[in-house]
Design a protein around this ligand. Structure first.
Ligand SMILES: NC(=O)c1ccc[n+]([C@@H]2O[C@H](COP(=O)([O-])OP(=O)(O)OC[C@H]3O[C@@H](n4cnc5c(N)ncnc54)[C@H](OP(=O)(O)O)[C@@H]3O)[C@@H](O)[C@H]2O)c1
Length: 267
């Protein structure tokens, strides 16, 4: 029986969804390498929680908008594997992102490049660098967004970046299948990540209006989807998306009737 333990790299680990993913995968027995940009306080709290529960936790603070930031993660992962021969790299969760915006009329070239660098280029090169270190059975999960599935002109660059991430998922799934690796996306809708907007009544109502189930999601919902995709139960699942948007992508929002027959009863 193999005595190796699985390591999972989670980017954006200090965010609402990233920290839920870290805790969920720690519960599952994974050692965690957590990437974050700036929130050292949150990273330290996460480290304390996981280490005091007997888990492995290492963190790397870097900006994934730069090639150096991506390299920093790759270096930490390689050093961790070198220092801990009992661990194997099993998972990469590309979760870090610049969220929402900018709008069609307002976007600048610099903003466009920055969104694409963090939300698309970093997942691409992290995956390119880490897939060769993974053993067969390993898995990459990209955290997309419902906004990739409908028009969002106010958040157009963000939405485009997530559509590109889903394309990366499909393309990479074939590229790494021969190495026994799987690649999938999880698609969240509005998910309470602790941002003050989720406490604002008007903002919450707006967010709730997207889902046919109403309300917004808890980050645990996204973490559980990631847990499933990494598990043996998903061993035949690759190149696809797991929607946890509460039906936000069904196109039902503000539709005045469920059929034209409802508007024209005599038809
Ligand atoms: N929350 C939602 O409603 C929602 C809906 C759909 C999809 N999603 C997706 O879910 C994922 C997680 O979102 P979240 O709601 O948990 O967001 P969040 O709470 O704002 O967390 C974002 C995380 O990404 C990191 N990050 C931001 N910019 C970075 C950069 N330039 N370089 C490196 N790291 C960076 C942040 O680090 P610091 O904390 O250190 O700054 C933080 O750990 C994202 O991919 C997002 O697009 C979220």
């Amino acid at each position: 029986m193999s005595m190796t333990r699985g390591l999972a790299v989670v980017t954006g680990a200090t965010g609402g969804i990233g920290s839920a993913i870290c805790l969920c995968l720690h519960d599952e027995g994974y050692g965690i390498i957590a990437q974050f940009r700036a929130n050292q306080d949150k990273a330290e709290k996460l480290a304390l929680r996981i280490r005091s529960n007997g888990g492995y936790f290492d963190a790397v603070m870097c900006d994934l908008g730069s090639a150096e930031g991506v390299d920093a993660v790759l270096r930490v992962v390689q050093a961790t594997l070198d220092r801990n021969p009992g661990y194997e790299l099993h998972a990469l969760i590309n979760n870090a992102a610049k969220l929402l915006g900018p709008a069609f009329g307002a976007a600048t070239v610099d903003q466009f490049d920055d969104y694409m660098a963090v939300n698309v280029r970093a997942p691409f090169f992290l995956s390119q660098g880490l897939a060769p270190l993974m053993s067969p059975g390993g898995s990459i999960v990209n955290i997309s967004s419902a906004s990739a599935h409908f028009s969002s002109p106010g958040d157009i660059v963000y939405a485009m970046s997530k559509a590109a991430l889903e394309s990366l998922t499909r393309n990479m799934a074939e590229a790494v299948a021969g190495a026994g690796l799987r690649v999938n996306s999880v698609v969240p809708g509005f998910t309470d990540n602790g941002h003050p907007a989720f406490q604002n009544v008007a903002a919450r109502e707006y967010m709730s209006s997207f889902s046919v189930l109403g309300g917004v999601a808890d980050p645990q919902v996204v973490a559980e989807a990631v847990r499933f995709l990494l598990s043996g139960s998903a061993s035949r699942t690759t190149g696809t998306v797991l929607d946890v948007t509460g039906g936000s992508a069904l196109g039902a929002r503000q539709r005045p009737a469920s059929s034209v027959r409802e508007l024209l009863p005599d038809l």
